[in-house]
Design a protein around this ligand. Sequence first.
Ligand code: CUO
Length: 660
Amino acid sequence: MRWVVVVTALLVVTVSADINVAHKQQDINHLLYKITSPIKSSFNDLKEMSETWNPREHMDLCSDGGAAVEWLMGELENHRLLKQHHWFSLFNDRQRTEALWLFEVFMQCTDFEVFRNNAAYFREHMNEGEFVYALYAAVTHSDIGQYIVLPPLYEITPHLFTNSEIINKAYTALMTQTPGNFRMNFTGSKRNTEQRVAYFGEDIGINSHHVHWHLDFPFWWNRDKIDRKGELFFWAHHQLVARYDAERLSNYLPPVDELYWDSPIKDGFAAHTSYKYGGEFPTRPDNKEFEDVEGVACARDIKLLESRIRDAIALGYIININGSHTDINNEHGIDILGDIIESSAYSPNAAYYGSLHNQAHRVLGAQADPKRKFGMPPGIMEHFETATRDPAFFRLHKYINGIFKEHKDKLPPYTEQELLYSNVNITNVKVSKLSTYFEDFVFDVSNALDTPESFSYVSVTATISRLNHEPFTYNIHVQAKHDDEVTVRIYITPKRDENNIVLDIDESRWGAILLDTFWTKVHAGDNVITRKSSQSSVAIPDRVPFFELLEDADEAVANDAQLLHQEIRGCGHPMRLLLPKGTKEGLDFWLDVIVTSGDDAVHDELTIENHGSTHGYCGIHGMKYPDKRPMGFPFDRRIPEIGVFKVPNQHGQVVKIFHH
Ligand code: CUO
């Protein structure tokens, strides 16, 4: 079945009653409109501010007294900042530093007006990539950004989400003033077996999830403590790999193999994608031997970092920068290891453990031009927007995941006491038919094109094929001894491997995919807990298209009306990808439901308030991660004894996912 979906995000209208939100949304929209062209003259206020506002004259409106503005203006006036019309990569130390200076300026603004005016000024004076990154990070993290809906990045910087062919066709459409809709094919050819799962790695929703996850939990974050950030790094990427392996299974491919520094990188990757400025993304041929990357890292040094981390796991403690030791043989160890491996600014000893994962992204990204002989721009692995397109991304994260597993496997298996919640007996779980399908999705690419203001508007869009599933419902039948609040976790796990051999629970558990976690109430006696797939706490609906945001904000401002878009976090898997692709005859998965005490909740109100509902992989913004148990519980630890696992508050059954 094929569907053409021109997205209308079905968002319930619950927003701030403040009509100023419409003005703020309009300003953010206008700042992001055609980001490589000057602010449009019809965006009157903003245009004027970009020409007349002097950030130095308004430093009294900054909570740091203007220190951040002063610093950035000094760099700008001394011509030290990256020029406009140049690629930007967050992994480039200098470019990231500049973007974060601007982020700091935004974070110090005491009200939206000064935020907006500073943004208008720096938009016209700084590199566009740095500006977009700083603006997205600031709207995500500052109170000033509350209720603002960030436009989908695939419509703000389409170059990083589509391919050269689409961009070229879009330009032709514009020059000939002929509206166009162009089909975007996934990279590669039928001869490449990896092509079978390109729809997952190249899904613009997955790319968007990944870039927003890293905006919510930036590795450079050194302000207040974000709860369990290192563990979330492990968990979100572990789940991405588990999802990818499930897609491979339904496409008759073995699980992705990990990366080996001493062996060639088996699969190459040709992105067929260009930067807006900077030329083509480099291509990596098959079976490329790792080469040291000038100015980044030698393979030898990376292996040394890996061995220090593996030593820490074997010893059960890490060495802090002052020489003291911290025990990691406990459920908090994963959080410390996540910080160390990524590494994030929270790493307790970056001088010793380095930055294994981030360096690996850069080394992989530069393999096409490791000696910098050809002046190639950064590779596909050097942007969170593009990284999952490259099969090497999943190899890298399989490798990283293996290190985390080594740690988890050293911890004792859960005991029956830790698994048992004696109040509840799950008697049955009924789930409606699970089926997946591909549909067409249309998104706008016109922001990729610079046009004189005199040009008439021409619609240019791209159509891609994307995975979706029919909505489904779980009915969980439980008997409870007494009234209580409970925690419910739902997972699916492939039952067989690619050779159709049934996996033992201790083999399959690491591939368990979290479908939902939520809190609810049970009453003494029989209960049916009904939950819809659309309520999942790991997934988000489609993002509101940029043109809809533009039109709605302009209309709301013109009519002094409220803006009726709900703010939805960008972090969270696309709802459509909740289920892995099935097969025609039905692919077997274990569907496991585990009900434990409501005492697992960190916050009191979780049965009635879901805090934006995407906490599974993304926590709750500005609050503690809501589940006290380790992420992945109870499949994160070894299960040597199935009998211990089979407590009455756990229910496993085999379900089939069909694809049509
Ligand atoms: Cu998300 Cu490796 O961290 O890409």
